[in-house]
Design a protein around this ligand. Structure first.
Ligand code: PMP
Length: 362
């Protein structure tokens, strides 16, 4: 007898990046922001801590009001959640039945596939071209019958940004297009939510997070932006109190301090350019990034060795393997390193240790 649902027993589960809890690491593996959150956040948490005996507002209305003002949408277009990963879970539970199908670009964020497995849904990996562009005509044949097409934009691990025109061509006929904007604040072009007012707008959901540009990965807060009719259906499947009093208060303070967030993002964008230039000078192939990380591949293909060499020097980066991506690459296992953009000092440390690691390899 098996106690566990067969689809859960079969799956291996999503493996998040390593989170060492001891000091001394230069941690460039999970795209956290190296700069602290706005001081208004700690003040808001201290005030909210007076109110912990009672439940939070199940709708997070004050937070939604603040987010709506900043993004230029109505408050009932916002659904806060316990990180944007929870938004993705809510989307899957709202729109996709067991046996139905979702799709996502490949290589990209593999959690979409894991969530589909949990739901008993099928998933289709939509192959990207080696330059990370879409062959939209080829891909559209596969997206037509999907209930959700998930697209991280900027993409992870590559950091490239696709334009809305391209993404709209992936909108399924009877389904939803989820544009996962975890990293959008780091891109050159800001998002206009006017798209929600267009004809296609009733079938588009954006997801956002406080984990990256707002320096609050430890808090666990994200949100969806969509038309109110979709948001009200999504509310039915979320936990009653999916966001706690502290994170709602912190998120409200963080999103109202746009100046603070933008100043940190600007610093990261400058360091990103230097990191990219230096990696190229060291012989790596990189993708010009619109996010807070840089994807790179070394001509030796020794990504495992480079990752381990760095780790032995207490520098953590993300080694990623995408079986079957870009036919013919790396004997079927496309690999590379995703480096989070840290402070200038962290980036210097990474580059020094990288140089030492590469020197030992030759
Ligand atoms: N989407 C993408 C593309 C991500 O890389 C991440 C971070 N792992 C998330 C969503 C989730 O972020 P969070 O749950 O911290 O909001």
């Amino acid at each position: 007898m098996t106690l566990v649902r067969p689809q859960v027993a079969r799956m291996s589960g999503y493996v998040p990046g390593e989170q060492p809890q001891e000091a001394g690491w230069t941690k460039l593996n999970t795209n956290e922001n190296p700069y602290p959150a706005s001081p208004a956040v700690a003040e808001a948490i201290a005030r909210a801590a007076q109110r912990l005996a009672i439940y939070p507002d199940p709708l997070g209305r004050k937070f939604s009001q603040a987010a709506a003002e900043v993004l230029g949408v109505e408050p009932d277009c916002i659904l806060p959640a316990n990180g944007s990963d929870e938004v993705l879970t809510i989307l899957m539970r709202t729109f996709v039945d067991a046996g139905e199908t979702i799709a996502f670009p490949y290589p990209s964020y593999i959690l979409y596939e894991t969530l589909a497995e949990i739901q008993g849904a099928n998933s289709i990996r939509l192959p990207l071209r080696p330059d990370w562009s879409w062959d939209v005509d080829a891909v559209r044949r596969h997206t037509e019958g999907c209930k959700i097409v998930f697209v991280p934009n900027p993409n992870s691990p590559s950091g490239n940004l696709w334009d809305d025109e391209t993404l709209l061509r992936l909108l399924p006929k009877d389904g939803i297009l989820v544009i996962d904007e975890a990293y959008r604040d780091f891109a050159d072009r800001p998002r206009s939510f006017d798209l929600l007012r267009s004809e296609a707008g009733g079938r588009i959901v954006f997801t956002r997070t406080f984990s990256k540009s707002y320096s609050l990965a430890g808090l666990r807060l994200g949100f969806a932006v969509a038309r109110p009719d979709l948001i009200s259906e999504m509310r039915k499947v979320k936990d009653s109190y999916n966001c706690d009093t502290l994170s709602l208060a912190a998120g409200e303070a963080a999103i109202r301090d746009q100046e603070w967030m933008r100043a940190n993002v600007d610093k990261i964008r400058v360091t990103r350019k230097r990191l990219d230039d230096t990696l190229r000078a060291c012989g790596f192939e990189t993708v010009t990034s619109q996010a807070n990380f840089v994807w790179c591949r070394h001509p030796s293909g020794n990504h495992q060795q480079i990752y381990e060499g760095l780790k032995s020097r207490k520098v953590l980066v993300r080694l990623m393997k995408f079986p079957g991506a870009f036919a013919g690459c790396d004997q079927g296992h496309f690999t590379g390193l995703r480096i989070t953009v840290g402070t200038d000092a962290e980036t210097d440390r990474f580059l020094e240790e990288l140089e030492a690691t590469l020197a030992l390899m030759t």
